[in-house]
Design a protein around this ligand. Structure first.
Ligand SMILES: Nc1ncnc2c1ncn2[C@@H]1O[C@H](COP(=O)(O)OP(=O)(O)OP(=O)(O)O)[C@@H](O)[C@H]1O
Ligand SMILES: [Mg+2]
Length: 282
């Protein structure tokens, strides 16, 4: 069954499965004299424990939406609720529960900092330990969770491969004990052979720690693999919202159809017959 885009008003977290509600979100940027509506009347709910995939072409407003949710972007309209509490306008305590993994681990990790300090940065900022020993133990625990050796704590980001660096980014987020993780194209900068490892690691951690994900990507194939439900964005708006399987089997919007038609089919015979559908908005 297709989910409609008219959503009920968000309820307090304990009474509902919903952990995050975005309501009529609007974010504008100034470009010279022009104002660009990067996000336009966007509404969706994310259920506790699910992975919500957000897809759409470059520039459609995915990262802007993510940045608005974690409070990095000023919003010009709408509301954002986390666990029933309105968080737009800055509620620092709640924002700790929401953490974000960025696309390019090389530019999001400070090259002059040691791995242990990179991972513990959030703890340091919020003073979340009583002793150096406790801090170190927390770093060891998250290194283990992401499959990295404890021997790495004194190394620097450039000494690692892309996949390992993304594991460090994940450790840095996990140490904050979040409930909700936004992963903004967390695998786009990685070799294809490494992408599945990172996605599988994210899935495993989600199960172990009962996390909710907002997973952002261009690539619908990978989003389908990890997501329970998928929202398709186009030009700042949400144009389709359904379960991953429904989006794939029965896309309704012509833009979603064009995204699906771009996915290669792992069968040479069918792949030869695959027709790209190009979406041209009116
Ligand atoms: N800081 C900014 N100042 C001005 N315009 C911006 C800014 N950040 C984003 N934009 C514009 O807002 C729109 C949405 O950008 P956004 O980065 O959210 O897209 P995206 O879907 O994440 O794209 P990508 O897939 O390339 O990461 C684009 O037109 C972009 O040029
Ligand atoms: Mg982006």
């Amino acid at each position: 069954m297709k989910t409609t885009l008219t959503l009920p008003s968000p309820l307090k977290g304990e009474e509902t499965e919903t952990i995050l509600s975005v309501r009529n979100l609007e974010v504008c940027y100034k470009s010279g004299k022009k104002i660009i509506k990067a996000v336009n009347n966007l509404s969706f709910d994310i259920k506790r424990g699910e992975t919500f995939g957000l897809v759409g072409e470059s520039g459609c407003g995915k990262s802007t939406t993510a940045r608005a949710i974690i409070g990095l972007e000023k919003i010009s309209g709408g509301q954002i609720f986390f666990d029933g509490v309105q968080i737009d306008g800055g509620k620092k305590e709640i924002h700790k529960k929401i953490q974000m993994i960025f696309q390019d681990p090389m530019s999001s990790l400070d090259p002059r900092m040691k791995v242990s300090d990179i991972i513990a940065e959030g703890l340091d900022v919020h003073k979340l330990y009583k002793s150096k020993e406790e801090r170190l133990q927390k770093v060891f625990a998250v290194l283990k969770a992401v499959g990295l050796s404890a021997d790495y704590i004194n190394r620097y980001p450039h000494e690692f491969s892309g996949g390992q660096r993304q594991r460090i980014s994940i450790a840095r987020v996990l140490i904050m004990e979040p409930q909700f993780i936004i992963a903004d194209e967390p695998i786009s900068s990685l070799d294809v052979s490494i992408q599945a490892q990172i996605v599988n690691l994210l899935k495993q951690i989600q199960k172990e720690q009962n996390l909710t994900y907002l997973f952002i990507a261009h690539d619908l194939a990978m989003v389908k693999y990890i997501s329970d439900r998928i929202g398709v964005m186009f030009n700042g708006r949400l144009i389709e919202l359904a379960t991953a399987q429904e989006i794939y089997d029965n896309p309704l919007h012509p833009y979603t159809k064009s995204l699906i038609s771009a996915i290669p089919i792992p069968n040479p015979k069918s792949e030869r017959l695959r027709k790209r559908i190009i979406y041209k908005p009116l």
